[in-house]
Design a protein around this ligand. Structure first.
Ligand SMILES: [Zn+2]
Length: 353
């Protein structure tokens, strides 16, 4: 693995990731997707795979740290990976799961931004506004993404410029890892919005229902019935705000475009975003307001530990849902019914232009 370079800023999450890579040994298939810079040091961007390497195996893709200041998302994934590596030698259930599915971790997507303590990457670009397409119905002016300059937050990058190295690396990874998979569930971990933890699904740039809404509704019902007292608010991202250049919107469009077969069959891809409700931590501890970091991450150790363990059942559920996707995924009429339920649940009050 790459040794730390002298000009790198301290980045404990990268140290922990490299420790886990060393610990995982031959169980982990590690790729260096690219290296990125913050102008001083260079930082590696890794993807780690566990489980069945068959391109046609179903995939659970777990991403974090795309906004550098939201460290808790990266920490959450590193904690999950650590726990999986601990269980693998003895847990036959997990071993069997991994014979059938592939886990792909990309826990530190914006290492240069995280090293700088900034939302954007080392070049000042917000990677979650960096995809090429514009929102069909943009929201608030700056927040929805702009091309004015990197000195303002939510900068998309210059028009007609290639995507940033981090965004391009994620797109290539998704295409490579889920291109042949009949089913993929992904979770991208963020923090910094609202009082509650949310599970968002596309679109971010449109109030239009996503194409595989029936499948998504079936997954949500499965989760809700298995976890009746769960903590998440489930909703399309457009319920809160709409943005240009959302990477998951882009990856979803690309996936459907590339992989729809001649009969119109599409492999199922359900991209979720976990948005941890950091305003609650701020309310409970106003000292969090005294630092930029405190707006996005828990500052008190007991709260950090609580957050890191709160989501265990979600990760456990996702592994089971991917392993058993053929048991619950609705088809034909059952799918249509789920689609109608989802339209009633989330879209009936949306006014579209
Ligand atoms: Zn974020």
């Amino acid at each position: 693995m790459n040794a730390r370079q002298d000009t790198q800023r301290p980045l404990p999450e990268l140290d922990e990731l490299q420790r886990l890579i060393a610990r995982g040994g031959s169980q982990l298939d590690v790729s260096l997707l690219t290296e990125v810079t913050d102008g001083a040091g260079r930082y590696p961007l890794y993807a780690l795979k566990l489980g069945n390497p068959d391109p046609q195996a179903p995939v659970l893709l777990l991403c974090g740290g795309i906004h550098g200041v939201e460290r808790i998302g990266t920490q959450l994934l590193l904690t999950q990976l650590d726990a999986l590596l601990s269980r693998l030698p003895w847990d036959q259930g997990l071993q069997q799961d991994l014979e059938h599915i592939r886990l792909v971790f990309c826990p530190l997507l914006n290492p240069a931004g995280m090293a700088r303590g900034s939302r954007s990457n080392g070049k000042g670009v917000d990677l979650m506004r960096n995809a090429p397409h514009n929102a069909e119905e943009p929201g608030a002016w700056l927040l929805s993404g702009h091309r004015i300059g990197a000195w303002l937050p939510w900068y998309r990058g210059a028009l007609n410029e290639p995507m940033q190295a981090e965004s391009a690396a994620l797109c290539a990874l998704v295409n490579r890892e889920i291109g042949g998979a009949p089913f993929c569930l992904s979770l991208d971990c963020h923090s910094g919005f609202g009082m509650r933890d949310r599970l968002w699904f596309p679109y971010a740039g449109s109030t239009r229902p996503l194409e595989q809404l029936g499948e998504l509704q079936a997954l949500m019902e499965l989760y809700e019935s298995a976890n009746p007292h769960h903590r998440y608010l489930l909703e399309p991202q457009c319920h809160q705000y709409r943005t240009h250049g959302d990477l998951w919107d882009h990856l979803y469009y690309q996936h459907l475009l590339r992989h729809t077969d001649s009969t119109g069959q599409k492999p199922v891809f359900l991209p979720l975003t976990l948005e941890l409700g950091s305003w609650l931590w701020v309310r409970k501890n106003l000292r969090q307001l005294s630092s930029f970091n405190g707006l996005f991450n828990p500052l008190v150790p007991h709260r950090q530990r609580r957050i890191l363990r709160h989501h265990n059942s979600l990760f456990d559920f996702m592994i089971r849902a991917v392993r058993s996707w053929q048991q619950w995924l609705p088809e034909g009429h059952a799918r249509d019914i789920q689609q109608q339920r989802a339209l009633q649940r989330w879209y009936k009050d949306i006014e579209r232009p």
